[in-house]
Design a protein around this ligand. Structure first.
Ligand code: TYC
Length: 100
């Protein structure tokens, strides 16, 4: 593939930038149980029971909610973990990623 060589100035600028962060969001649905969502928030996102319950109810009421903000690889791993747990338990729970 054709690559355009960066100038030293461009390379310097890129090195000085903080790496982008990504929001991990859980989406509401009508079938996943509240207990399962609370468990996912505690296991995958390391929330306390109280925080997990508050986040779950926020998602239930508003359609989606923020679970955490991470570097890309961490965010991607959490989305995959939620997907695998949901599939294993046959829930349609969806998790998505959004650049901050
Ligand atoms: N709405 C679901 C119910 O009433 C609970 C739920 C909350 C599902 C959050 C998904 O991300 C979710 N059982």
């Amino acid at each position: 593939m054709h690559q355009v060589k960066k100038t030293a100035l461009q390379e310097n600028y890129q090195e000085l930038q903080e790496p982008s962060k990504y929001k991990v969001l859980l989406l509401n649905d009508d079938y996943t149980t509240m207990d399962f969502v609370v468990m996912v928030l505690m296991v995958v996102f390391h929330k306390s029971l109280e925080d997990a319950q508050a986040i779950m109810f926020n998602i239930h009421r508003n359609g989606k909610g923020l679970c955490g903000i991470y570097a890309f690889e961490v965010a991607e791993t959490k989305v995959a973990q939620v997907g695998a747990m949901a599939e294993q338990h046959k829930f349609p729970l969806k998790c998505s990623l959004e650049e901050e």
